[in-house]
Design a protein around this ligand. Structure first.
Ligand code: PXL
Length: 291
């Protein structure tokens, strides 16, 4: 109606790490640039992310309960609920209750099951967190594990080299635990170290997608957070799943390319500030495949 305004709102349940461009410091700028109101429900405040050798960590579990109860009093409503790094099993329970209490008919629930990378769990993550994360994944519409997290969630040994057929089976297996869409990032391309792929499965129409793009040999923390944020924003803008996958892959590659040529501490993450404006440019080409 004329004179009314609707900016879609996202409840973003992630930590705030001061240094290192991960979690809320990636989620907020990306989704704000894409035109959404981001409402942070912070899980913890850290001096920096946990891939640096030391960090301070203020757990906000009790405060999360107070924030949620204040939001209930306000009758706050969200178009999307998006969770990422969680600091403890109790926080997983809080997020599950939050989903139960705030989900409406059209709410999009995105869970990025942040647990580990390169075949290993992050510092502070353990088997109990993996077990709890499985129960949160079951409640989501969209989940975005990397390859390491996929294997932890499925309770299978990590396998860096997978065929398309194996991956399709693993994606379906995770989707059968609850989520409508499973997206697995950071899958190496067999016999081509210069490429990396993202695979996705949509249970709704039983379709599998693959997007392959260049891989540069560097590891930047926070790229998983950036990937899921772009996918979330793209789906909220009304894009199809393969377009959302493609936009996110291209954005991450642009970020890595903007960073890679410098002498630079890769733990500081990609130079996000340089590429944020690209999020509002039209897509020039796509590379997704139906597999
Ligand atoms: O990007 C994932 C992430 C988020 N939050 C914290 C982390 C990490 C990865 O290391 O340490 C605190």
């Amino acid at each position: 109606m004329l004179g009314t305004v609707k900016v879609k709102k996202i409840a973003a349940i992630h930590d705030l790490s001061g240094v290192g461009r991960v979690s809320l410091m990636v989620v907020i700028p990306i989704l704000s640039t894409m035109g959404f109101e981001v409402c942070p429900l912070p899980t913890a405040v850290l001096s920096n992310h946990t891939q640096y050798p030391t960090f301070s960590f203020l757990d906000l579990t009790d405060e999360m309960e107070r924030i949620i109860s204040a939001w209930k009093t306000l009758n706050a409503q969200f178009d999307t609920i998006y969770s990422g790094y969680l600091g403890s099993p109790r926080q997983v329970h809080i997020v599950k209750d939050f989903i139960d209490d705030f989900r409406q008919k059209d709410t999009l629930v995105v869970v990025d099951p942040v647990l580990g990378d390169n075949g290993k769990l992050y510092t502070k993550m353990d088997d109990e967190m993996v077990r709890e994360m499985r129960t949160l994944v079951a409640k989501a519409d969209v989940v975005t594990p990397n390859l390491t997290e996929l294997f932890y969630l499925l309770d299978k040994p990590y396998q860096a080299k997978c065929t398309d057929e194996q991956l399709k089976q693993y994606l379906k297996e995770l989707a059968e635990s609850g989520p409508e869409i499973v997206i697995v990032t950071g899958v190496p391309v067999i016999d081509n170290p210069k490429m990396t792929s993202v695979y996705a499965y949509s249970r709704f129409n039983d379709q599998y997608w693959k997007v392959t793009c260049s891989y540069l040999p560097a590891h930047y923390p926070g790229t998983g957070d950036a990937y899921t944020s772009v996918v979330t924003g793209s789906l909220m803008q009304g894009d199809s799943l393969p377009i959302a996958l493609d936009r996110a892959s291209q954005f991450i590659l642009q970020g890595i390319r903007a960073t890679f040529g410098y002498q630079y501490d890769s733990r500081d993450g990609i130079l996000l500030e340089r590429v944020l404006p690209n999020l509002n440019l039209p897509m020039q080409s796509c590379s997704y495949e139906l597999i």
